[in-house]
Ligand binder design. Sequence first.
Ligand SMILES: Nc1ncnc2c1ncn2[C@@H]1O[C@H](COP(=O)(O)OP(=O)(O)OP(=O)(O)O)[C@@H](O)[C@H]1O
Ligand SMILES: [Mg+2]
Length: 257
Amino acid sequence: MILSVVNHKGGTGKTTTTVNLGSGLAAAGKRVLLIDFDPQGSLSYSLGLADQSLTIADVLTGDCTMQEVMQQREGMDVLAANSTLADVELAMAKSEEHLSHLKNILVTLSGYEYVLIDCPPTLSLLTLNALAGSDFVIIPMQMDVLALRGLDSMLDILKKINLINKHIEVLGVLPVMVEPRKNIYQEILRHIQTHYDVRIFENVIRSSVKAAEAPSFGKSVVAHAPLSTTAMDYKKLVSEMLQIEETAYRNRHPINL
Ligand SMILES: Nc1ncnc2c1ncn2[C@@H]1O[C@H](COP(=O)(O)OP(=O)(O)OP(=O)(O)O)[C@@H](O)[C@H]1O
Ligand SMILES: [Mg+2]
């Protein structure tokens, strides 16, 4: 499955979720590709790939093959990004098929069970390209009032994306950097449960100092501090994801007893 981790609000745990979900799925034996699709290059930095000269931008321009750009980290294949992706985005805007550039690359992939795309915190052409090529989205969000407003506009945008990608679905909203004892968390959780027709992952991600420090070690928190609360939460999220996938598969192929 091709899955975009998206929220046009900044600093909502998109990159952290992409890295840790990917690393956890790879540890569970899944073949995983991570794509850094943000010119900030935070995912690349978080996995010690900040100095890569060849990036996804070179694949998009046709100057390199994916194999030439691909790096391996924590059992995953990774396509890095840096600020050159912003230049490529400008060039994309002038082209005719401006929403299909990434999709045209994704359709050539084979052998991956999970492709995770880390989107930038904007509703830019890059994000629209990621959504045009994805089967599912995960929306990581901090549980505050402003984030709720962001969720409204995010879901509106996804409805519009249906015009260019009919089968895209929200896999779920993922509460991140959660401090479970705070009242506001419980209130916002209840509000989403009652007012939105969207899955909220059961395994939410709590805050920890280890999660914040892991990127500077070039590792996921799952690899850097496997016993931290955040790492444990991401591992449980991986199990939940696998369960969701299994149920969906069973429903598509009912067992006749
Ligand atoms: N569970 C957590 N506990 C503590 N800190 C966290 C946690 N998740 C993320 N962070 C920290 O919060 C900051 C923002 O996280 P992250 O970079 O994943 O968000 P983002 O949505 O990708 O940001 P951007 O919108 O800039 O791309 C980072 O410094 C990260 O290390
Ligand atoms: Mg990010």
